[in-house]
Design a protein around this ligand. Structure first.
Ligand code: XMP
Length: 377
């Protein structure tokens, strides 16, 4: 059983043995990085410098909300690095390329802050699923280096301290509550390090990023308080073609059902490996709403489809953006289920999203993990 007192005793003793001159803690405002910075501060006191990077891929008003949440807990410094991230990533399309570009920009910036402050260590909130999935080839997590054999002291000029690297999310939350970290942080849904850059799916443009930021706020507000583990929006160009072969697989579930395949790709996990597969959209009325939640089994088996989306609203025209609503329930984020949300709730969120003139259609992702990943990239 995980006991926070015991964990803190062991880990702070270990940190004190490291002879740290000064450490920069990269805090994102999420439970993992905040808890790791608080634990490190217990051992290092003022030798710890907590920083928050504004990468430009944060949600609406997120940086000021984070600073408010951490007041009195960590003397956080906000560093604006938006231009650096935009220069490195705008116009990039491939999911893995985006992740690699995010990671290298992130560590270049971090390395500069470490040098400017004459520090020798970086503290970060890596947890077990991060490195298990990165080393297993599922995806490149932005904060995994050491486990890939990258020697940060040689490449970036700092040593890496990851106090929570053997813990799972539920254990981190227990620890965070024990440390009296505010519930706005401990109960906050996870947000990926590369942020909205991987939720503006496919080619990253400023326009798509802003539509994603706007859609995220609506989906987060409308689905909060329902006990979900993670819920958000993802946005991409509404370019698709109808697949007769996939349409045939579901024709008995209702009348006039059609399956389209988008031009973008979406990540999934099949077996132990990561897939960069097709994203399918089901259009039409199903005889029963509960069948929506079984569509994925018909369309992913024996195909390269990784995400199945059920269309909730469409303006009919071509062009513009498609906004996907994603919601999952999970304990460990290694597998996840899709909650059976009601049609009326989802349709009313879709109507709100459709008020944006750049959004052409909206759907709900009905794919569990596996075969999908929680994110699309
Ligand atoms: P996937 O999409 O792989 O996501 O099923 C599992 C969990 O990890 C989060 N995630 C990330 N978190 N850096 C992070 O800190 C990342 O690069 C990253 N990518 C995915 C995702 O939001 C979900 O909670």
């Amino acid at each position: 059983m995980f006991t926070p007192e015991e964990f803190i005793g062991v880990i702070t003793r270990e940190i004190r043995k490291l002879n740290v001159k000064c450490a920069v803690a990269a805090v994102s405002g999420g439970v993992d990085s905040t808890t790791s910075a608080v634990v490190a501060r217990l051992a290092l006191g003022d030798k710890l410098i907590p920083v928050l990077f504004d990468t430009g891929f944060m949600r609406l008003n997120e940086t000021s909300e984070i600073i408010n949440n951490l007041t009195g807990l960590l003397p956080i410094r906000l560093i604006d690095v938006k231009e650096e991230f935009y220069r490195a990533m705008i116009n990039m399309s491939d999911a893995e390329e985006k992740r690699l570009a995010f990671r290298s920009t992130f560590y270049n910036v971090l390395s500069r802050v470490v040098k400017d402050n004459d520090c020798d260590w970086v503290v970060q909130g890596t947890i077990a699923p991060d490195w298990i999935e990165t080393t297993g080839g599922i995806k490149t997590q932005h904060n995994v280096l050491a486990q890939l054999g990258i020697e940060t002291d040689k490449v970036y000029g700092f040593k890496l301290l990851e106090p929570l690297k053997d813990l799972y999310k539920d254990q981190v939350r227990v620890l965070a509550r024990f440390l009296k970290i505010p519930s706005a942080v401990t109960e906050r849904q996870p947000f990926p390090g590369p942020g909205l850059s991987i939720r503006a799916v496919g080619r990253l443009t400023m326009e798509k990023l802003e539509v994603t930021r706007w859609s995220t706020r609506i989906v987060e507000e409308r689905l909060s308080g329902l006990g979900l583990s993670q819920w958000f929006a993802a946005v991409w160009e509404d370019n698709r073609t109808t697949s007769d072969e996939l349409s045939k697989r579901i024709k008995d579930l209702g009348s006039g059902l059609t399956v389209d395949v988008f031009s973008i790709k979406g990540t999934g996990v099949k077996g132990d490996s990561r897939e960069y597969g097709s994203v399918a959209l089901v259009r039409g009325k199903l005889s029963s709403w509960s069948d929506v939640f079984n569509l994925y089994s018909r369309l992913t088996y024996g195909t390269n489809v990784t995400h199945v989306i059920y269309e909730l609203a469409s303006k009919g025209a071509s062009g513009g953006y498609f906004a996907a609503i994603r919601a999952v329930v999970t304990d460990d984020y290694m597998t996840a289920n899709v909650p059976m949300l009601s049609e009326s709730l989802l349709s009313s969120i879709a109507d709100e999203l459709m008020s944006n003139k750049l959004i052409n259609a909206v759907g709900f992702d009905v794919t569990p993990k596996p075969p999908a990943t929680i994110e699309f990239e």
